[in-house]
Design a protein around this ligand. Structure first.
Ligand SMILES: [Zn+2]
Length: 182
């Protein structure tokens, strides 16, 4: 694949800015739109935010965003956002679409079909590592922005809505996070 010097420069600059915490400066979102793991929708009610964690479990760098997306492709799932270790936020599909991230699950009010009413956010962590401070900062900003746009009723962990199947998000100080977004 041939890439223009300008494109190379643009990518290099973006990588440099990311490594310098550019993603932290404001709510900067990088598009990495997928063509699987969601179905298009318009005007759906968005009342819930579900937090997950994920890593690449198929060989190679475990926090590589492209490998994580490849893994999603195999399982035909997706979230709306993925937050990388450096705090960069990637958007995989628009908020208006129904992303397949929750699976069989139930809200505290007994409602199911949570994908249809929620925004899914994945944090790149693993079983033995906590989210980074940059990730938590980005997550707090993102969730606060979502709360401004939608009448959010529940902010929950995947493990809250599917306790018999799921344990994520892993190693996260949930109470501290919730305090920050209230
Ligand atoms: Zn999950």
């Amino acid at each position: 694949m041939k890439s223009s010097p300008l494109k190379t420069l643009a990518i290099f600059t973006l990588l440099l800015l990311c490594s310098k915490g550019w993603c932290q400066s404001d709510l900067q979102i990088i598009d990495k739109k997928v063509n699987f793991g969601y179905h298009p929708a318009t005007n759906r009610p968005i009342t819930n935010i579900i937090i997950h964690s994920v890593f690449n479990n198929m060989g190679g760098e475990k926090y590589d965003i492209d490998l994580v997306i490849k893994q999603f492709a195999i399982y035909r799932v997706s979230s709306h956002y993925v937050i990388a270790r450096d705090g960069c936020i990637y958007r995989l599909t628009d908020e208006s679409n129904v992303a397949f991230h929750a699976g069989k699950s139930k809200l505290p009010n007994g409602k199911s079909n949570i994908n249809s009413t929620s925004i899914g956010i994945e944090i790149l962590t693993s079983f033995d590592e906590s989210p980074t401070d940059l990730q938590i900062t980005a997550l707090v900003k993102l969730v606060k922005a979502l709360k401004k746009r939608y009448p959010i009723e529940f902010i929950l962990r995947h493990s809250d809505i599917a306790p018999d199947r799921k344990t994520d998000p892993w190693n996260m100080d949930w109470e501290a996070f919730i305090k920050q977004v209230q």
